[in-house]
Write a protein that binds this ligand. Structure first.
Ligand code: HEC
Length: 316
């Protein structure tokens, strides 16, 4: 079901001339800002990341999940929202604005029925988006206790209409959030550049998480990870839409399909974990080549502030 939804946007949409509309290639994050300056910053900058990474594939899974619109369901998932849309780099987003749930930039009503079909209320009471690294000022400081688990479950399944995450995804998200604290940052309030490299980290996270989930025979997590990685590829597809190169577009689509078939191989076939890991290694090599080619054209993508500026201010 998740895959079907992505396929419509990413595969069918791209081949249908009628749907080859700009919005299928427009970065989705532009929809949650109400002015071109904020949009430009969102494409080219991100808050300092105060998360100390762990050498643990569950941590990789958690970071990917936090950035994945596949964790959320309903309206949020359809728009491409993830936890990181409001909490980029695990921080806050002082420019976030969606008309239905915000009164001012940086504030959102996450229990509004716009986002939540079964938990939502009709009251409009936006709250400031908290900086999740500013642990001292959070309501839920202890990420190891049961109340934090309950909060996460409520956020994912009720506020954002998501399906119950797998045990591995849930555990990973907690690991990721536990590692997040401004104490880890030398310059916590200095934004850093958003680049192909920084977004590609999620592809590497996905590869580590897939390796782990294949070894564990955890097909529900494999499903989630491959759908989340396809969403990252879709993001590149949108970020490289301004001067598109057909061969690159085709490769992005091929990689997306390869991830999908890795999944069906795992679930339907009688292949052993060892055989699937061989396919994963091949996929990893092809992704590495794709990354190199994307890097060559990074200046023509929205990661380049000038390209992004020209796109957002067409009259200049
Ligand atoms: C639409 C914007 C938005 C999205 C998407 C979002 N959040 Fe938040 N988050 C908020 C706001 C606003 C609050 C404050 C709510 C309040 O005060 O009642 C919050 C609060 C939190 C808190 C509690 C902070 C504290 O004080 O202890 C955590 C943890 C959190 N979010 C994590 C997440 C995770 C994990 C996801 C993804 C599943 C997510 N958020 C998605 C806006 C968002």
């Amino acid at each position: 079901m998740l895959l079907a939804r992505l396929t419509v946007v990413f595969v069918v949409g791209s081949f249908s001339p009628a749907l080859w509309a700009e919005d299928l290639r427009r970065p989705q994050e532009l929809a949650w800002f109400n002015n071109a300056n904020a949009q430009l910053e969102a494409l080219t900058q991100r808050p300092a990341d105060c998360v100390v990474p762990l050498h643990n594939p569950k941590f990789n899974l958690g970071r990917l999940a936090f950035n994945s619109p596949r964790l959320l369901g309903g309206q949020a998932g359809r728009m491409g929202l993830s936890c990181a849309s409001c909490h980029p780099s695990g921080r806050d987003n002082s420019d976030f604005f969606i008309e239905q749930i915000s009164d001012k930039p940086g504030r959102a009503d996450i229990s509004h029925h716009f986002l939540s079909s079964h938990g939502g209320d009709a009251f409009f009471n936006p709250k400031p988006i908290p900086d999740l690294a500013d642990v001292d000022n959070l309501r839920f400081k202890n990420r190891g206790d049961i109340e934090f688990d309950q909060l996460l479950t409520r956020l994912i399944e009720i506020e954002f209409d998501g399906q119950a995450p797998t045990a591995a995804v849930f555990y990973g998200l907690k690991l990721y959030l536990t590692q997040n604290s401004i104490e880890n940052c030398q310059l916590p309030f200095q934004p850093v550049s958003r680049t192909l490299e920084s977004d590609w980290l999620l592809i590497d996270d996905g590869l580590a998480a897939l390796d782990d989930a294949i070894k564990a025979g955890d097909s529900a997590t494999i499903l989630f990870v491959s759908a989340s990685m396809r969403a990252v590829l879709e993001r590149f597809y949108r970020f490289y839409s301004i001067n598109p190169v057909k061969s690159l577009d085709d490769r992005l689509l091929d990689m997306s399909r390869a991830l999908e078939s890795l999944l069906s191989n795992t679930i339907k076939s009688d292949k052993t974990a060892e055989q699937i890991l061989v396919t994963l290694a091949e996929l990893s090599t092809s992704l590495g080549k794709l990354k190199n080619d994307l890097r060559q054209r990074e200046a023509q993508s929205f990661y380049n502030p000038k390209t992004a500026y020209d796109y957002l201010n067409p009259s200049n």
